[in-house]
Write a protein of this length. Structure first.
Length: 279
């Protein structure tokens, strides 16, 4: 089925403005050509696999992972490559993107859920998860802080989040690369393949406007994630695409790094400076 309508406006073939409120509908329109387009982007799948591996999850029976904004399943496949045998809940707001994902062959532990990230409770998606991958999703959220807070809530203590995302704001060179690749390749190629450049113009704009690396790392810290690290990719995506890693803090009593003798010491009213330094 070819969908040519979104944001309440019948498609006319002319360009429309995509924003976070209409982005899932816009993906509906482009779902059929999505895999071909990303397949032509060198490193696309390899970089997703790298982000999933960087989560550092050791496979074990019963492991539960969440793929937020799974689209046609490229990030779901990356999770399964990094953690074979895991149970994966893959969520997306676009029915057409999910339709493309469901057509592929998946092991029995994979389930697809049609829901906005903002409506996970209503969709019955419940934690705790042993890891969350959000690939090219967070930039599209209207309220990124609320999105990160929800991800933290869904994780088991100590479990990792990987946000795989474009971020170019902190570097002139990254912004130049991004604008060049969009202007010369992504927008013209998208328009040629789909007859419409709307979502690709949105992609360009949303990346330019998205947090820089340090701002997004700070945002993760404010949301309550710890052990925050950022790594980039190779190819033209160097310092353009990043894995932002963080984990849900472990309650102090369960923290294996904490010496129990220290954990049991109470802070005296005079403050920490009064503690015996030999403890
Ligand atoms: C660029 S695609 C990425 C798909 C996949 N993760 C990948 O790496 O190929 C972004 C996906 O996020 C979905 N999306 C956007 N906003 C969303 C939201 N608020 N809740 C759930 N999914 C959303 C879109 O429908 C789209 O399929």
């Amino acid at each position: 089925m070819r969908v040519r309508q979104y944001a309440g406006v019948a498609g006319t073939g002319k360009s429309r403005t995509v924003d976070p409120s209409s982005v899932a509908k816009a993906f509906d329109v482009h779902a059929r050509t999505y895999d071909k387009l990303v397949g032509a982007n060198p490193g696309y799948h390899e970089h997703l696999r790298l982000s999933a591996k960087r989560m550092g999850i050791a496979p074990r029976p019963g492991l539960r992972l969440l793929d937020l904004g799974c689209g046609t399943g490229a990030s779901t496949a990356a999770l399964l490559d990094a953690v074979p045998g895991a149970q994966v809940t893959a969520v997306d707001a676009s029915a057409e993107m999910l339709g493309q994902a469901r057509r592929k062959n998946w092991p029995p532990g994979v389930r697809f859920v049609h829901s906005r990230m903002e409506d996970l409770d209503r969709a019955g998606v419940q934690g705790p998860f042993d890891g969350i991958l959000a690939a090219y999703l967070v930039r599209n959220l209207r309220d990124r802080d609320a999105g990160l807070a929800k991800m933290l809530e869904l994780l088991a203590p100590g479990a990792p989040l990987a946000v795989h995302e474009y971020s170019v704001r902190d570097s002139v060179r990254s912004r130049l690369t991004w604008n060049l690749v969009c202007g010369m390749v992504i927008i013209p190629m998208g328009k040629l393949r789909t007859g419409s450049g709307d979502i690709y113009r949105y992609l360009r704009r949303s990346v330019v406007e998205f947090d820089g690396v340090s701002a997004f790392s700070d945002r993760m810290g404010r949301a309550g994630f710890e052990d925050i690290r950022v790594q980039t990719m190779d190819g033209w995506q160097t310092h353009v695409v990043h894995t932002f890693l963080g984990r849900r803090p472990t309650p102090a009593a369960d923290d294996p790094l904490l010496d129990p003798a220290v954990a049991e010491v109470e802070t005296p009213p005079e403050g920490l400076a009064q503690l015996d330094r030999t403890v």
